[in-house]
Design a protein around this ligand. Structure first.
Ligand SMILES: Cc1cc2nc3c(=O)[nH]c(=O)nc-3n(C[C@H](O)[C@H](O)[C@H](O)COP(=O)(O)OP(=O)(O)OC[C@H]3O[C@@H](n4cnc5c(N)ncnc54)[C@H](O)[C@@H]3O)c2cc1C
Length: 359
């Protein structure tokens, strides 16, 4: 593109794309085929809307962060946090991934009318993700459980805006929450009539859709029920019992764009939720601002969610895991820059503090 950066060259053709879906539907020429995004027509808009909402185009994340959070509670490993809990749903939800905390928060948000609609990601075959907007409590259960394949679900934010949704709650991966915040900053006019609450999932990586082909070849005829990632490997729950795949094998299917992600805990979400590594059936829950505090308080008050103080030793482990992801992937970004391969996705000087802590 003459005179400006463009999404096709900088992101879509450079393996940086996260498949968050944010650019889709802001531009009529970007189409989705399985887990690829393609531009069907070379438009001549330099740094168009697709470019400004993409979580992988060069971004001053400190500036974005300061639009939504106060500096006071910020930590370099896990971002802004008002409070960290270990938590679980008080009523077990069929198919819940860990403690069912996300589903309990979704239920609360609908029942308490904190939102009109939910943007969730379910699946017909328990593997291939499918995102949808709903205002029905029964669909919370249908979406429960993690789909570890990436999906471009955040395209639906545009759909919600066009349908006149006034209050929307979204659940997404860290890159999707980053895209949401970039939308809210750069496309404020388009989203001005919609309040959005965000629940971000912890995420080390997501998988390409080729992983389903691998499973079909490896376990022909088996029905996949769910997938989990305990410490000893990756477990696939099937109609013929649990199959364990070595983590190294699964890593072959990680989306290349995940190697440039500097966010493990969805630092820009109102609330972040991940597994509680020390004990199955629980979540780690990070409340990051006042809207997160309101939702968690209501869920606890209504008897849907149980929370406890987070053990200090576990917090140190969480911070260390998050820090290691940042440090590892910052090196990947530096390699890209050294090879002059692409436009760097971030101005890496923002992350000088990682080097300081490392040394
Ligand atoms: C790709 C991926 C990678 C993850 N990596 C880690 C990790 O490294 N460490 C960690 O601690 N936790 C990770 N998680 C989060 C973890 O698997 C659980 O989602 C989290 O602990 C919440 O558990 P829960 O029991 O409260 O969720 P549930 O109550 O079962 O609710 C899960 C919610 O997640 C949403 N969802 C499911 N799949 C997707 C998807 N692909 N994209 C967007 N939304 C989705 C659904 O809409 C559902 O509402 C990952 C999740 C995903 C999707």
């Amino acid at each position: 593109m003459p005179g400006g950066r463009d999404l096709k060259n900088d992101i879509l053709n450079s393996s940086l794309c996260t498949l968050c879906g944010a650019c889709l539907d802001w531009c009529p020429y970007i189409k989705n085929l399985d887990d690829n995004l393609v531009i069907t027509f070379d438009c001549n808009v330099a740094e168009g809307r697709c470019y400004t909402v993409c979580p992988r185009t060069n971004t001053d994340w400190h500036q974005v962060n300061s639009s939504f959070f106060t500096d006071a509670d910020w930590s370099q490993e896990i971002g802004s946090c008002v409070k960290v809990y270990r938590a679980k749903s008080l009523s077990s939800i069929p198919g819940q991934q860990d403690g069912g905390t996300v589903s309990a928060l979704l239920k609360t948000a609908l029942e308490e009318k904190l939102t009109d609609a939910l943007l969730l990601t379910g699946s017909r075959d328990n593997m291939q993700p499918e995102s949808f907007i709903t205002n029905s409590l029964s669909y919370i259960e249908k979406a429960a459980g993690s789909k570890f394949l990436a999906s471009p679900g955040f395209r639906k934010i545009m759909q919600a805006a066009q349908e006149g949704v006034k209050k929307l709650l979204v659940v997404g991966r860290p890159c999707q929450i980053q895209a949401l915040r970039k939308m809210q900053v750069s496309q404020a006019d388009q989203l001005k009539d919609m309040d959005i609450i965000s629940i971000g999932l912890f995420c080390m990586w997501s998988l390409s859709w080729e992983f389903t082909n691998y499973l079909q070849n490896e376990y022909p005829g088996l029905t996949i029920k769910s997938m989990a990632i305990p410490r000893h490997g990756v477990e696939i729950m099937t109609n013929q019992g649990v199959k364990t795949i070595p983590t190294a094998k699964v890593r072959e299917f990680i989306r290349p764009g995940c190697s440039y992600c500097l966010d493990m805990t969805s630092e820009l979400a109102d609330i972040s939720v991940g597994a509680f590594e020390a004990e199955a059936g629980w979540n780690t829950l990070i409340v990051r601002n006042s809207s997160g505090t309101e939702l968690v308080s209501k869920a606890v008050g209504n008897g849907l969610l149980h929370v406890e103080d987070y053990p200090e030793n576990e917090l140190q482990l969480l911070k260390s895991a998050s820090f290691n992801k940042k440090a590892r992937n910052l090196n990947s970004i530096k390699e890209l820059i050294a090879n002059d391969a692409i436009n760097p996705p971030v101005n890496i000087s923002q992350y000088d503090y990682l080097e300081e802590v490392n040394s």
